[in-house]
Write a protein that binds this ligand. Structure first.
Ligand SMILES: [Fe+2]
Ligand SMILES: [Fe+2]
Length: 162
C-alpha cells in the first residue's frame, strides 16, 4: 500500500481545515508504516486525531447552521474505525488492512465533496473560525446539493463486515 501524499488537490484554501487534513495524512502514514504491537497504539492515535478533526468541523457546522448529512458521515466513519480497532485487537489484521486500503479513497472523496462544500459555505457566510463571528446570515444550501451530501459513501460498514 502506498503512503498518502498531500497534494494541491486536497487543499481547500481554508487554513484550519487544510492544516487538520495534512495532520490526517500524517496520522494515516504513521499507521501505514507501523506493524506489530505498535499498530494498536498508532490506531488509537489515528482515531483520537480523527475525533478532533470531525469535532472541529461538526462544531463549525452547528455554529453556522450548515445543513445536510456531513456530521452523520463523520459519525459513520468513526464508528467503522472504532469497530475495526476492536477487531484488530482480537487479531483481525485483514480487516485492519482493508481499512487502510479504503481510507485514502474515502478521504479524497470526502474532502472533494463534503469538506469542500463546508469550506465554500464558511467563506460564503464570512464565518471566522477563530472568533465564531458570522458576517453574513447563513442560507440553506442543502436543497441544491451543494452541501456535498449527494455523493454515495465509499467507506461503508457493509464493506468492512465482509
Ligand atoms: Fe475534514
Ligand atoms: Fe468532514
Amino acid at each position: 500500500m502506498a503512503a498518502m501524499e498531500w497534494t494541491d488537490k486536497l487543499a481547500l484554501g481554508q487554513v484550519q481545515m487544510d492544516d487538520t487534513h495534512r495532520e490526517f495524512v500524517d496520522a494515516y502514514n504513521r499507521l501505514l508504516s507501523t506493524s506489530g504491537e505498535a499498530l494498536l497504539v498508532e490506531m488509537d492515535a489515528f482515531i483520537a486525531h480523527t475525533v478532533e478533526h470531525f469535532d472541529q468541523e461538526n462544531r463549525w457546522m452547528a455554529l453556522i447552521g450548515f445543513p445536510g448529512c456531513h456530521k452523520a458521515e463523520h459519525d459513520r466513519v468513526l464508528a467503522v474505525c472504532n469497530d475495526v480497532r476492536k477487531r484488530m485487537a482480537l487479531g483481525d489484521t485483514a480487516l485492519g488492512r482493508q481499512l487502510l486500503q479504503e481510507l485514502p479513497i474515502w478521504f479524497d472523496n470526502h474532502v472533494a465533496t463534503m469538506d469542500s462544500a463546508l469550506a465554500a459555505y464558511i467563506e460564503a457566510v464570512g464565518f471566522d473560525v477563530q472568533t465564531g463571528e458570522i458576517r453574513k446570515p447563513p442560507q440553506d444550501s442543502c436543497e441544491d446539493g451543494s452541501s456535498g451530501c449527494c455523493t454515495p459513501p465509499v467507506l461503508s460498514p457493509d464493506s468492512q463486515a465482509a
